[in-house]
Design a protein around this ligand. Structure first.
Ligand code: 13P
Length: 479
C-alpha cells in the first residue's frame, strides 16, 4: 500500500510539473459556473419522481412529462453550488506555490471546481444543447443501454449462443434490442458501435430514428481501441482515435448521434498503474471530451480501473481516487464543460480474484471518493458494470442511492454486460424467443431504473432479480 501511496505522490508531482497552469490562472475571480442557481431544484425530488413501472410490478402508472424530466434532472447540481463557490474562492490565494499544491489536495476543502476562465472553451458553439442533452440522459430512473460492442466482440457474444455472429445477425440483434416495447421507460440513451449508427431495421427505419422516436438519444463509441504502451510493466495501454476525431464527431452529429463514449483502462498489479498510464489515460480523455463538445456531442468520459487482479478494496480505492482526481483536474484545464459531459467510472470494488465486499461498503467507498474528486456541477455519473453479475450491478446502484440519497450528481448506470447477458441467453438467436428476450431487457432495465431512485427494495427486491446469469467476469476484457 505504501508503494501505491508513494507512486501516487510521485504521480501527482509529475503531473503538477507537466500540467499545472500558470499562476495567473488562479488570480481571484468569480468561479465560472455555467448553470444559474435558479435552474437547480431540490435533490430529494429526484428520488420520488413518478415513474412508469412494468413487468416486475405491473400496475397502473402515472405518465411523466418530458419537461418534468428535464426540470428535475437539473436539480442534482444544487447541493454543491455553494460549496463549490466557497471552495473556489478559498483556494485562490496570492502565493503561487500554495495555489499549485491546492490542485492536488485530497481534503474535503479541495477545490473541486477550478477557475477555468482562462482555459479554452470548446463548448462555446453548443453550450445549451450539450447541457440539455446531458441532463436528458441523466434523468431520474433512467440509464444508458451500452450496446457498442465492436464487430468482433459482438460476434463472439452471438457465437456464445450458437449463432455464427455474422454482421447481419449483429444488426438483427441490435434491432431486437432497440425495438423493445417500453424501452424508454428506463433508458435515456443507447451507445452504438460506428457501423450500427448507420444501420436500419428490416423496414428501413434508421436505428437513430427508431430510438429517437421513443425519446432515446443515440450515442457512439469513438475510441479506436486499446494499444500497448511500449516498455510498461504488465502491458499497460493507451487508446487510439484522437487524430481524426473532430471530423468524425461532425459526421456522427450529422447522422444523429448526440453523445459519445471513449474508454481508457488502467490495471492494478504490484507494479501498475504507472504514472505514465494514468497521465495518458486522463489527458487523452480530456482531449477527446473537449473535441466532442466542440462538435455538439456530450462526451462520456470513461477511465476504467479494471476489475482484473487480486487486490483488495482499499487498493482499488487509492488507485481510483488518484485517477478520478487527476481526471477532473485535466478536464477542467482543457475547459471541458462539466454540465455538458457524463462520467463513466468503475465502482470501487476488490479485484475479481479477491473476496467480495458488501454492496453497502462498495457504495460507501465509491461515493466517498467521488465526493472528494468529482465536481458537483457534473450532469451525471453513469457507472459501467465491468464484469459484475447483473444482480450485483443493480444492488450496487441501489446501495449508492441509499447511501447518498442527496448526492449532487445523478448516479446511474451505463451497462453493457449487466443489461444484455440474460437477454442474449433468453433469445438464443431464435425468432420465437424474441418477445421473451425483450421482456427480459425491459425487466432488467426496470430494476436498474428503480435502483437508480433507491426503489429496488422491500417486496420488489425480495421477488428476486430477473437475470438468469451469474458472474460475467472475463480477464482482460476488451470491448
Ligand atoms: P460493461 O458494463 O460490460 O462493463 O461495459 C462498459 C462499457 O464501456 C460499454 O460501453
Amino acid at each position: 500500500m505504501s508503494r501505491i501511496l508513494l507512486a501516487a505522490g510521485a504521480g501527482a508531482l509529475t503531473f503538477v510539473a507537466l500540467f499545472a497552469p500558470p499562476v495567473e490562472l488562479f488570480a481571484p475571480q468569480p468561479a465560472v459556473l455555467s448553470r444559474p442557481a435558479a435552474d437547480f431544484g431540490s435533490v430529494a425530488q429526484q428520488r420520488v419522481a413518478p415513474q412508469q413501472v412494468m413487468y416486475v410490478q405491473p400496475e397502473p402508472v402515472q405518465q411523466q412529462s418530458q419537461s418534468q424530466d428535464f426540470g428535475s434532472a437539473l436539480g442534482y447540481g444544487a447541493m454543491g453550488f455553494g460549496v463549490a463557490l466557497a471552495a473556489a474562492s478559498f483556494f485562490m490565494p496570492e502565493a503561487g506555490k500554495e495555489r499549485r499544491i491546492a490542485m492536488f489536495a485530497t481534503t474535503a476543502e479541495s477545490p473541486l471546481i477550478m477557475d477555468t476562465s482562462k482555459a479554452p472553451k470548446p463548448w462555446l458553439k453548443f453550450k445549451d444543447e450539450l447541457m440539455k442533452t446531458a441532463s436528458a440522459i441523466a434523468s431520474p430512473g433512467k440509464g444508458i443501454l451500452a450496446s457498442d460492442e465492436s464487430t468482433g466482440t459482438c460476434m463472439s457474444r452471438l457465437k456464445d449462443i450458437g449463432m455464427e455472429g455474422t454482421v447481419e445477425e449483429q444488426r438483427g440483434y441490435r434491432q431486437m434490442l432497440y425495438s423493445t416495447p417500453g424501452l424508454s421507460e428506463h433508458i435515456s440513451g443507447a451507445i452504438m458501435f460506428e457501423k450500427t449508427l448507420y444501420e436500419s431495421n428490416d423496414a428501413g427505419v434508421p436505428f437513430v430514428k427508431l430510438l429517437g422516436d421513443q425519446g432515446i438519444l443515440a450515442g457512439i463509441k469513438v475510441d479506436k481501441g486499446l494499444k500497448k504502451i511500449d516498455g510498461t510493466n504488465d502491458g499497460e495501454t493507451w487508446t487510439a482515435g484522437l487524430d481524426d476525431l473532430k471530423e468524425r464527431c461532425a459526421k456522427y452529429y450529422e447522422q444523429g448521434a448526440r453523445f459519445a463514449k471513449w474508454r481508457n483502462v488502467v490495471y492494478i498489479t504490484d507494479s501498475t498503474p504507472s504514472d505514465a498510464a494514468i497521465l495518458d489515460c486522463v489527458t487523452t480523455l480530456a482531449q477527446y471530451a473537449a473535441t466532442c463538445q466542440s462538435e455538439g456531442l456530450v462526451p462520456i468520459v470513461e477511465p476504467e480501473v479494471s476489475l482484473d487482479g487480486d487486490h483488495d478494496i482499499e487498493t482499488c480505492k487509492e488507485v481510483t481516487r488518484r485517477v478520478w482526481k487527476m481526471q477532473y483536474e485535466v478536464l477542467q484545464q482543457y475547459g471541458v464543460l462539466m454540465e455538458g459531459m457524463l462520467f463513466k467510472p468503475a465502482m470501487i470494488v476488490p479485484g475479481a480474484d479477491a473476496p467480495k465486499e458488501s454492496a453497502q461498503k462498495v457504495a460507501k467507498y465509491t461515493l466517498d471518493v467521488m465526493k472528494e474528486t468529482v465536481p458537483p456541477t457534473m450532469a451525471g455519473i453513469t457507472f459501467l458494470s465491468g464484469g459484475q453479475s447483473e444482480e450485483e450491478a443493480t444492488l450496487h446502484i441501489q446501495a449508492m442511492a441509499e447511501y447518498m440519497p442527496d448526492a449532487p450528481w445523478n448516479v446511474s448506470f451505463s451497462f453493457a454486460r449487466a443489461l444484455q447477458s440474460s437477454v442474449l441467453k433468453t433469445w438464443g438467436g431464435k425468432k420465437e424467443n424474441e418477445q421473451k428476450a425483450q421482456e427480459m431487457l425491459r425487466a432488467i432495465c426496470q430494476v436498474n431504473g428503480l435502483a437508480q431512485m433507491g426503489k429496488y427494495t422491500g417486496e420488489l427486491a425480495a421477488r428476486g432479480h430477473p437475470s438468469t446469469t451469474g458472474s460475467l467476469y472475463e480477464k482482460g476484457y476488451q470491448y
